[in-house]
Design a protein around this ligand. Structure first.
Ligand SMILES: NC(=O)c1ccc[n+]([C@@H]2O[C@H](COP(=O)([O-])OP(=O)(O)OC[C@H]3O[C@@H](n4cnc5c(N)ncnc54)[C@H](O)[C@@H]3O)[C@@H](O)[C@H]2O)c1
Ligand SMILES: O=c1ccn([C@@H]2O[C@H](COP(=O)(O)OP(=O)(O)O[C@H]3O[C@H](CO)[C@H](O)[C@H](O)[C@H]3O)[C@@H](O)[C@H]2O)c(=O)[nH]1
Length: 325
């Protein structure tokens, strides 16, 4: 049982991870500036409000809670925005992470689980992609995440600082009990937008691009349930706590879903139809991102247990609850 500093733990994936950690006996201490996170999502341990760049505040929080390890989710995460304001992304995601790593190493913490992304691969040369796929990001968001991966590799080599780099594919879905879910403002992600369209809260869904070299011309993504992702984080933490070596692993299901296929599942699960229009490509989008997840299965004993239908059903439940509230 460990006390863990969960940086960015008031956000979507971080909060689901706290739920999983607490269920397995760990104590998640959330550190978050609430820039995109929600105070109401912090339900499984204390909340310390603070920014990645505030090294004094980080030192103080670490000294008081004495975490054994850190799980680091805090970042700006919209690919499209990273093309409009790259400096803000590098400042928060790279500069902020350097600040966090400095405070951690000063305090003697030498274990970290990091939220990386399939966006570090860029356009796939093979599909599915394994961890040794060439990393050539096509947007500043992916470049910044790869820079942090490089820093972590150097820290391992030069300082014995161990890390688990988790390259998520598309996180989706929600806590099955409906307590927390995907809540970004503004929302840009495909599944919550499709659900809001099915609920009649949006005029409809616009598919970004129909001329990709994929089976139906729309982008293909590997949607992985956020509670399966959360389980993988706890496993990665326990791997490091148990003396395991640094590793980078993909977290995805291994199954690609095109946007047209996704919309069909949303219609089937919700029992509702909604208007769909077809627009131009969104800048920075890779055509197809599908994980080869064999390494996560072998190293962490992880297996994503939930289907796309489970993802959509849990997301539907969360969005219905928000409506009721
Ligand atoms: N959502 C996905 O599909 C996906 C895919 C791949 C990788 N990721 C990565 O996973 C992580 C979590 O993503 P999410 O969807 O939960 O995003 P989110 O925006 O919901 O959560 C990010 C959290 O970090 C906090 N934060 C941001 N900057 C901070 C700072 N400077 N100081 C303190 N706190 C700060 C925010 O307030 C928020 O609570 C991110 O690093 C993201 O890049 C997400
Ligand atoms: O209204 C919409 C919303 C999205 N899409 C499309 O749906 C696909 C998935 O888009 P999301 O925004 O849901 O997810 P991304 O694949 O862009 O982003 C996810 O994967 C990225 C890596 O590429 C980052 O890691 C990011 O943090 C994470 O949310 C993309 O082709 C996007 O253009 C639409 O067609 N219409």
């Amino acid at each position: 049982m460990a006390t863990v500093l969960v940086v960015g733990g008031a956000g979507y994936i971080g909060a689901h991870c706290c739920l999983d950690l607490a269920g397995k006996g760990h104590v998640p201490v959330v550190y978050d500036n609430l820039s995109s996170g929600h105070e109401t999502f912090v339900q499984w341990g204390p909340l310390e409000i603070g920014d990645l760049h505030d090294r004094d505040r980080l030192r103080d929080v670490i000294a008081r809670h004495r975490p054994e390890a850190i799980i680091h989710f805090a970042a700006l995460s919209e690919v499209g925005v990273s093309l409009l304001d790259p400096l803000a992304f590098y400042d928060n995601n790279v500069g902020g992470t350097i600040s966090l790593l400095s405070a951690a190493t000063e305090a003697g913490i030498d274990k970290l689980v990091f939220s990386s992304t399939c966006a570090t691969y860029g356009v796939p040369e093979t599909s599915p992609m394994a961890e040794d796929h060439r990393q050539a990001p096509i947007n500043p968001y992916g470049h910044g995440k790869l820079m942090v991966e490089t820093i972590l590799a150097d820290l391992d080599r030069l300082r014995g600082f161990r890390s688990a780099v988790l390259r998520y594919f598309n996180a989706a879905g929600a806590d099955e009990d409906g307590r927390i879910g995907e809540w970004h403002e503004p929302e840009t992600h495909a599944i919550p937008i499709a659900i809001e369209a099915a609920m009649g809260r949006r005029a409809g869904f616009t598919v970004n691009g129909t001329d990709y070299d994929t089976r139906d011309g729309t982008c293909v993504r590997d949607f992985v349930h956020v509670m399966d992702l959360a389980d993988a984080h706890t496993r990665a933490l326990e791997h490091l706590l148990g003396g395991g070596a640094s590793a980078a692993v993909n977290l995805g299901t291994g199954t690609g879903t095109s946007l047209n296929e996704l919309l069909a599942v949303v219609r089937a699960v919700s029992g509702r139809d909604f208007p769909v229009s077809f627009g131009p490509r969104r800048a920075g989008d890779a055509p197809s991102l599908v994980a080869d997840n064999r390494k996560a299965r072998a190293l962490l004993g992880w297996a994503p247990g939930r289907s796309l239908e489970d993802i959509v059903a849990s997301a539907w439940r969360w969005h219905s609850g928000r409506n009721a509230g």
